[in-house]
Ligand binder design. Structure first.
Ligand code: ADP
Length: 365
């Protein structure tokens, strides 16, 4: 007696995706099953190439198939699990909501309660980090008051281009990017009245030819101003990520940013603690600002903590030099960035399976 494809599907129907809490068959993640003598090969399609649960899923599949074989008195010589990924669109209701960017699967806002906490650095790391895992990623520098993408992505020598009335995004470091910083005089003060801010942001977002993207990361201006409201009204957002440093004052501002997104009907996917601790050249970790503060804030607000990123000279230097990929040359920095990127990808998948579209609401009292 040998195992059949139906037996393998049966075994896979007992394996749960640890994030999505449904089994692989129900989630339609089983893409291929090949049987050959005493070996089995399965192909599993994940909801993100940055899935942090690959090893756990692989182990669970191997165990489930081995158990199925054992129940028939069989022993397999090989169970091979291959992964592919297809970033799924948010659920039906969100999909029905009309979007000016139909080729973009997820729009993710990156916000912060105040400036200087590393929001732009983290947005760049998230975009480039997701692309390193194989996702198609865009970065919209929505900080129209203080765009940092020209420096952080090293766009100085690259000219702008347009096709018709559409801007062609810059293709750098494996991502597509757009910033107002390349469209105006770099030394000009960017003063926008409310309606102008709305118009400028809208044009950048929808008059850029993003093409097909898995994730569009939007780096918002700090605080709770006009741009997040415009964004929430303009594009169906899968969620927002809040960047916070550990200090109490930073937490207080971050809490306000969380509340703002929630008032706008935008799910907060989690909080990332930047400048969590100082990682010295001696390899030691120094607690400067009260490590873990943002994590505690996240917990008290019932939000996931997506990770903690150390203060590291390389990160500052790579931001200044416009070489974000070099952050992955340092193994410890790379590990903390990847952990954050993978946790964020996980929360995006979870949110998109659960969400119903919410129209932004704002009550002014
Ligand atoms: P924000 O967008 O919140 O204003 P930025 O991302 O522009 O903040 O960061 C402010 C400065 O701090 C930049 O010079 C950046 O390189 C630096 N920086 C941010 N995060 C880190 C970090 N984890 N380690 C070292 N430098 C950092």
């Amino acid at each position: 007696m040998t195992l059949t494809t139906a037996d393998i599907r049966d075994a896979l129907s007992t394996v749960e995706d640890p994030d999505l809490h449904k089994d692989l068959v129900t989630l339609n993640m089983v893409k291929d099953i090949r049987l050959g003598g005493d070996s089995v090969r399965v192909v599993i399609e994940l909801t993100t190439p940055a899935c942090p649960m690959k090893d756990k899923i692989r182990g669970d599949i191997e165990a489930a198939i081995a158990a199925k074989a054992a129940s028939r008195g069989l022993e397999l010589s090989l169970v091979e699990v291959d992964f592919t990924a297809d970033v799924r669109r948010p659920n039906e209701k969100v999909r029905e909501q009309s979007t000016p960017l139909p080729g973009v699967r997820h729009v993710i806002a990156v916000g912060a309660g105040k400036g200087g906490v590393g929001k732009s650095s983290v947005a760049v790391a998230l975009a480039v980090g997701l692309a390193r895992f194989g996702a198609r990623v865009g970065l919209l520098d929505g900080d129209i008051y203080g765009p940092s993408a020209p420096t952080m992505l090293g766009l100085d020598q690259i000219g702008t281009a347009a096709r018709g009335n559409m801007l062609i995004p810059f293709e750098v470091h494996g991502i597509k990017a757009m910033t107002i910083g390349k469209l105006v005089d770099p030394d000009k003060a960017l003063i926008w009245r409310g309606p102008m801010a709305h118009g400028a942001f809208k044009q950048l977002a929808v008059q850029t030819d993003w093409g097909d993207l898995d994730y569009l990361i939007v780096d918002l201006p700090p605080g709770t101003g006009d741009v997040p409201l415009t964004l929430a009204q303009l594009l169906p957002l899968t969620g927002a990520i809040i960047v916070c440093t550990p200090q109490q004052v930073a937490q207080d501002d971050a809490r306000r940013a969380v509340r703002m997104f929630q008032q706008l009907g935008v799910e907060v996917l989690g909080v990332v603690e930047n400048m969590s601790y100082f990682l010295g050249d001696d390899g030691k970790e120094y607690d400067l600002f009260g490590r873990g503060g943002a994590e505690i804030m996240a917990q008290t607000m019932g939000l996931p903590c997506l990770g903690s990123i150390p203060i590291h000279t390389d990160l500052r230097a790579n931001c200044d030099a416009g070489t974000p990929l070099k952050n992955w040359d340092n193994p410890r920095l790379a590990a903390s960035l990847d952990r954050f990127v993978q946790n964020a990808a996980s929360q995006i998948s979870i949110a998109s399976m659960q969400q119903v579209a919410a129209a932004p609401t704002l009550t002014v009292r």
